[in-house]
Design a protein around this ligand. Structure first.
Ligand code: GLY
Length: 337
């Protein structure tokens, strides 16, 4: 049976690999890097840090996907995909600490395995683990096993693995599913999915992400993912071998195709990142990017069969990379059901 995957981001590629491994003849239609949310990402597998009261279903889904990640990493066989193994959540003011306590209470109300991964740590303990963080921080939490991957290295490894098993790539943006010749179609086109299949409950949220490069004058990047709550804003620092990815803003844009970084978002990210880790001031600002997250109201993606030929996997919002292996398993079931 032939499967056409519409979408060359992390969801499309991970599902394509799972299907090819199960015996499907797969073709991937890739609209290119400029439309790909997983390229404008930091790669956090942030099931706990992305936990929000009211999103219990997403927390459960995320925890299930975290458990599938080691198998995907073994399949891709590139140890350098892993960018960090643990996360620290840090806060600056009493109000920021209150925000983290609220997040912790939400995580602790989940099952024991998930809850046990999050522990409170003092400011001294945080700075013992990451001495280059600001002396101003008040305290925080350690999230054990809350990893990050290098999103771009991941995408390259997926493409390589797909090429190795004979998957064909067509560099073209699909504008009408009726033009796609295949026994089955997987629609994994992020925000474009709702344009190709009207009625899907997916909308876009814009966000800026920065890349900073270490110079010969700079201190080393942190070893953990650092999620900061600072003056009521969220910022994260995710290490790369040679620098740090800083993210991310999130807001609705008037233009649904707007991928131009906005001054205010970039200014906030830079000032918050340097507040958390003052040594970042000597890094190079190597990239300023903006992308569109495909959102749903409850954070749970749309992974369902919509007719005899078409399965949808889209709307992964802030968590596409995290949820990719779980989505791939679910899609594999839907394709044969
Ligand atoms: N997962 C983090 C973000 O979307 O910014």
């Amino acid at each position: 049976m032939n499967l056409a995957v519409v979408g060359g981001g992390v969801i499309g590629l991970t599902c394509a690999l799972r299907a090819a491994d199960a015996g499907w003849r797969v073709t991937v239609f890739d609209a290119g890097v400029s439309r790909r949310a997983s390229d404008v990402a930091a790669g956090m597998l942030g099931s706990l840090g992305e936990g929000h009261p009211g999103e219990e279903a997403l927390l459960e889904l995320s925890a299930a996907s975290v458990r599938l990640w080691p198998e995907l990493l073994r399949r891709l066989d590139d140890p350098d995909i892993v960018a960090a193994r643990d996360s620290l959540f840090v806060a600056f003011t009493a109000a920021d600490m209150k925000y983290l306590h609220q997040l912790a209470r939400f995580v602790w109300s989940s099952d024991d395995e998930v809850a046990s991964r999050l522990t409170e740590v003092s400011a001294t303990q945080v700075r013992a683990k990451e001495p280059m963080l600001s002396g101003r921080l008040q305290g925080g939490y350690q999230a054990r096993g809350e990893m990050a991957v290098d999103n771009r290295r991941l995408l390259s490894a997926l493409r390589r693995a797909l090429a190795d098993v004979g998957v064909e790539f067509i560099d073209a943006r699909v504008t009408d599913l009726a033009d796609v010749r295949a026994d089955r179609i997987l629609l994994a086109a992020g925000v474009d999915a709702a344009r190709l299949w009207p009625g899907l409950r997916i909308y876009e949220a814009k966000g800026e992400v920065l890349r900073l490069g270490r110079t010969r004058w700079s201190v080393a990047p942190p070893r953990h993912v650092i999620r900061g709550r600072i003056d009521n804003r969220n910022v994260y620092l995710v290490p790369r071998g040679d620098g740090v990815v800083v993210g991310a803003t999130q807001y609705e844009s008037a233009d649904p195709d707007d991928r131009t970084p906005q001054v205010g978002g970039v200014a906030d990210l830079l000032s918050d990142a340097c507040e958390i880790m003052p040594g970042l001031r000597t890094y190079d600002l190597t990239e300023v990017g903006a992308g569109l997250r495909p959102m749903t109201d409850d954070g749970v993606p749309v992974v369902e069969r919509v007719d005899d030929r078409v399965v949808v996997a889209a709307g992964h919002g802030r968590n596409g990379i995290l949820l990719a292996p779980h989505t791939a398993d679910r899609v594999a079931e839907l394709l044969t059901s």
